[in-house]
Design a protein around this ligand. Sequence first.
Ligand code: SAM
Length: 226
Amino acid sequence: MASRSLDPNLVHARMERMYRPQRLIYDLTRKWYLLGRDRLVDSIAARPGERVLEIGCGTGRNLVRLGRRCPGVLLCGVEPARSMLERAERQLAGAGLTQRARLVYGTAETIEPMRDFGVDGFDHVLASYCLSIIDDPLPALERALAALVPGGTLYVVDFGSMERLPGRAAAAMRAWLARFGVRHRPEVREALRRRAGAGEGRLEEAEIARAYAEILRFSRNLCAGA
Ligand SMILES: C[S@@+](CC[C@H](N)C(=O)[O-])C[C@H]1O[C@@H](n2cnc3c(N)ncnc32)[C@H](O)[C@@H]1O
């Protein structure tokens, strides 16, 4: 059977089912437990003319935050839940950012920068609490890396191993996340470590709140083998 994350129609249906009822309260409620998003988004030093892609951009709150701080940056997002995408469109419009925003109804596993956004690649790609909800996050990770221009950076913030939280708290949190098909994905960090080890780029790792969450920053080399 095909993996759920590789069948875009199933992803669209599953995400729409999950997020449609929450789209209006999403930003308020997630503020308290999607830790590290603002820290990571605010660390993206995007210059005018550069291009940013967020995979799984949800309501667009990260793109709006980035767009307000970084003038002249192209803000792109891909999102499989139609209702979240519509919310992102409205939020970007409300912030006066429509002119430099491009949103696509799709999945991270299938993005093609030129076909979907009319650009040959991205200087910055963000995955904020997105890879942990994808059944097999590695194809999405591969696409995100392939979408980077040489010298570009991938930024990941997501749930961590929680191994340094008190046992009961970690178990309760893991059980709650599992209800939504969300879990820590150590394979993402391992894949990036392998690439860094192979000399393809530089990886920085940071832990948030006793491994509740983690931040990964992978900067692709300017030229192959550099
Ligand atoms: C927890 S939300 C995070 C939203 C946003 N990035 C944020 O930080 O608020 C996860 C998002 O990933 C999206 N998503 C799920 N599967 C995806 C896939 N295969 N490709 C791209 N996005 C996906 C969901 O629809 C949802 O909007």
